[in-house]
Design a protein around this ligand. Structure first.
Ligand code: HEM
Ligand code: HEM
Length: 405
């Protein structure tokens, strides 16, 4: 199997948009211009989740479902433009622009989902590999979560968002973070760590458990049904234990000192376990607060978010980029160790500060420990963007992946 050129393009665009995420993150961490405003925070958030993570997932969908190097699939440039437009609409603060471009973004996501479903059905459910099944179910959750997001956007634009329907925001965020991201990361980590692996009963059960965990979490928050939240935690726990058992040997045996994608894929598993502990704690806190999200400390939510966005998803995507480029000459070979160590030491220390000290919101420049931890992560991300962009620019089309998926 070969990597289609579209996958290379998707990573190039995704990394480009990720630069904005990192720059806003660095500004917000150091507080050199004080706290950034809500519109800018939402830009930071969705440039990361849609611009970087989801563009990368589109690239992975092409790699996993494309026909041996063919670029046939949804248009990558148009997808990147739709994403950039939506991210800028968040920054503009204009609710009409957000609603309009939110619909365009949802249509783009829907197009990718439909294409993946079409390719999967042509292949046959029984013949999907474990990573392919994770992508099919992950994109399904993404469609559901993004539909909720667009509904919120339309409620804002029509001035109809109120205390009752604001729960849609929590349902939107939990479907995406607790469902989509975990499912995709589990599948892609397996693809990188076990390249020749096909379909197993364990992998199939794991994917369905993680899928149902995301759905029950979102419905539980939406309808404020506490037993459903507990069910979600149990499904998630069993699903992630299955990931750990199935991939544990490969994680421990990964070449941690080698500058390949394997160590980035391997480290997603401890971050997934941490994310699970934080998700269970979040459910306990919201139950104690009778569903009132505002009582959960913001630092805690930010710790959970960065565990999922950086520790889990960014490591997964860096692992995929390095695997894609495995047999290419390495521009700046020294950068690989700096990126791996900086990203992970930075993320772990930033997350620990958010949990134990709390949010940096409202602090003055360089006065909060976030200012000394988050930049390690942010500068490593910027180094990765420059390094990987240079390497991707030299990638011939189509490229080989190490083994059939
Ligand atoms: C078409 C796609 C999407 C749309 C239309 C959308 C829309 C929205 C809207 C309207 C909000 C509320 C903003 C506010 O508070 O004013 C929001 C918040 C959020 N979104 Fe999205 N979003 C999308 C994709 C994603 C993705 C892919 C992720 C994660 C992987 C994500 C994660 C979040 C999170 C964590 C929040 C913050 C919730 C909170 O306030 O705690 N979104 N989104
Ligand atoms: C995919 C990547 C990322 C996503 C999706 C993301 C998302 C978020 C979200 C949702 C928030 C909370 C905003 C709010 O208060 O409503 C936030 C805050 C923050 N982010 Fe990120 N982020 C990402 C990467 C980064 C990076 C690379 C840095 C590097 C410096 C960073 C630094 C920060 C900082 C310092 C805060 C404020 C935390 C606090 O003190 O409470 N983020 N981010």
């Amino acid at each position: 199997m070969t990597y289609p050129q579209g996958a290379v393009r998707a990573f190039q665009y995704g990394l480009g948009i990720f630069a904005l995420t990192a720059i806003i993150g660095l500004t917000n961490a150091t507080k050199i211009i004080g706290d950034v405003n809500r519109d800018t925070l939402l830009t930071h958030l969705h440039s990361g989740t849609l611009g970087w993570i989801t563009m990368g997932v589109f690239g992975l969908a092409l790699a996993l479902f494309g026909r041996n190097g063919s670029t046939v699939g949804p248009n990558v440039l148009l997808s990147a433009l739709a994403t950039a437009a939506y991210v800028l609409a968040f920054w503009s603060g204009n609710f009409y622009a957000r609603a309009l471009f939110g619909v365009v973004m949802l249509a783009t996501i829907f197009g990718w989902w439909a294409w993946v479903l079409y390719r999967a059905s042509a292949q046959g459910y029984g013949r999907l590999t474990n990573p392919q099944l994770s992508i099919v179910l992950g994109l399904t959750t993404l469609v559901i979560g993004s539909t909720l997001g667009v509904i919120v956007q339309i409620l804002y634009a029509t001035n109809n968002l109120n205390d009752q329907n604001a729960v849609l925001i929590g349902a939107h965020a939990s479907a995406q973070v607790g469902g989509y991201l975990i499912l995709v990361a589990a599948g892609v980590a397996e693809w990188i760590l076990n390249p020749g692996g096909g379909r197993t009963r364990g992998g199939e059960i794991q994917s369905w458990l993680l899928f149902l965990a995301g759905l029950t979490l979102a419905i539980g928050f939406l309808a404020n049904v506490q037993p459903l939240l507990i069910v979600s935690n149990v499904l998630q726990l069993v699903g992630i234990i299955m990931v750990a058992v199935r991939l544990g040997g490969r994680v421990l045996g990964a070449a941690w000192g080698a500058p390949t994608g394997a160590r980035h894929a391997a480290i997603t598993i401890p971050f997934m376990a941490l994310g699970l502990v934080l998700l269970i704690a979040l459910v306990q806190m919201t139950i104690a607060a009778q569903g009132d999200f505002s009582k959960v400390p913001p630092g805690f939510i930010n710790a959970l978010n960065h565990t999922m966005f950086v520790g889990l998803s960014t490591n997964m995507l860096f692992g995929a980029v390095l695997t894609l480029l495995a047999d290419r000459p390495r521009v700046w070979p020294w950068a690989d160790h700096v990126i791996f160590l900086g990203l992970n030491i930075g993320a772990a220390s930033f997350i620990a500060v958010l949990i134990f000290v709390g949010t940096s919101a409202g602090s003055s420049p360089f006065s909060h420990p976030v200012a000394f931890t988050a930049p390690i992560m942010g500068l490593s991300v910027l180094l990765a963007i420059v390094t990987y962009e240079m390497r991707l620019a030299g990638a011939p089309a189509p490229m080989r992946v190490p083994a059939p998926a």
